[in-house]
Design a protein around this ligand. Structure first.
Ligand code: ADP
Ligand code: ZN
Length: 314
């Protein structure tokens, strides 16, 4: 039977019905109602409606379980999530809510970026490799680690938070309370904010996004291009540090900002080559997530479909 897979971020909520072989049989997404003033109930109602519609469209399949990835940090495995980028869900009991929705089914929740790592290891760029870092560069920056073929949870289920590795001690303030974290520099909204501070403007309604910025960079706007280089550089620095620490085989980079392609990956590779000097570090393969924007959903499904490798709690 398929798994109902869920991916919750600060910008979008996506859901899919995922077969045991990792194929996405049905998919839908909505913007996260993440405006100031949205309460936890409003967020839950939006997710609930997304899931109802997806399951109805898929013909109400019998499910093997529910797997979800959500922005962190969280208490794990209870999954009371406190996403830095979703103020309405501080301490929200996501796993309990999903269990009440789907009584009797296994319900497993992990960090959204951990799910990307799992998805890429199970069916994507990390397949067949023992040591994989999966990353999301989106509203936030996150990561998950598979080492020796097994998912690394860490002491509290929060291992892999590469977004809060410091790349610039004097850098911008971060949502975690720190300064100069990778996330503060490379997250989509941070890129756009930096570019605005340097005089980048666009004629449109609403705040321009990372996607707008990437479009302008592609057209040769110097500030937009500099913003993408700055993010790519920070990512390359952090990845060099990560592989010195973990001796990785593959890094798979997903998330909305990764869709900028070479604009992001070229400066990333330059910075990586500059800082990864040891032979064992230089062998690392850094690639865009092979499953694209569905890595997190496929990984969430794998928490159930391949639980023996990726789920060590209960
Ligand atoms: P979430 O954070 O909810 O998981 P996404 O992974 O879609 O959502 O990431 C959203 C972020 O990605 C936003 O900051 C958005 O501006 C940025 N983004 C989306 N598409 C692109 C693109 N083509 N190039 C650069 N940034 C992008
Ligand atoms: Zn931080």
């Amino acid at each position: 039977d398929p798994v109902l897979a869920i991916d919750i971020g600060g910008t979008k909520m996506a859901a899919a019905v995922v077969d045991p072989d990792g194929r996405v049989a049905a998919y839908d997404r909505i913007p996260t109602p993440n405006r100031p003033g949205t309460d936890a109930g409003g967020l839950w109602a939006a997710l609930d409606a997304l899931l109802d519609k997806l399951l109805a469209d898929a013909g109400a399949p019998r499910l093997a379980g529910v797997g979800a990835g959500c922005g962190g940090p969280m208490t794990w495995p209870a999954a009371e999530v406190s996403p830095i980028n979703m103020p309405a869900w501080r301490g929200f009991p996501l796993r309990d809510h999903l269990r009440a929705r789907h009584p009797g089914l296994p319900v497993r929740v992990h960090n959204d970026a951990v799910c990307v790592a799992v998805g890429e290891h199970w069916r994507g760029a990390g397949r067949g490799h023992g040591n994989v870092l999966g990353m999301v560069v989106s509203t936030g920056v996150g990561g998950g680690l598979v080492l020796g073929g097994r998912l690394i949870d860490g002491g509290t289920g929060n291992a892999g938070h590469i977004g809060h590795v410091v790349v610039d001690p004097g850098g911008p303030p971060c949502g975690c309370g720190g300064r100069g974290c990778l996330e503060a520099v490379a997250r989509g909204p941070g890129l756009a904010a930096w570019a605005r501070g340097q005089g980048w403007r666009r004629e449109q309604d609403g705040d321009p996004t990372g996607a707008d910025l990437a479009e302008d960079a592609r057209r040769g706007h110097p500030v937009a291009a500099a913003a993408m280089r700055r993010a790519g550089h920070a990512l390359g620095v952090a990845i060099a540090s990560a592989t010195h620490l973990c001796d990785l085989d593959v890094v798979a980079v997903g998330g909305g900002v990764s869709q900028a392609g070479p604009l992001l990956f070229d400066p990333l590779m330059d910075a990586f080559r500059l800082h990864a000097r040891m032979e064992f570090a230089r062998r690392l393969r850094i690639v865009p997530a092979a499953l694209g924007q569905t890595s997190g959903l496929i990984g969430a499904a794998a928490l159930v479909h391949a639980g023996e490798r990726y789920w060590s709690a209960d």
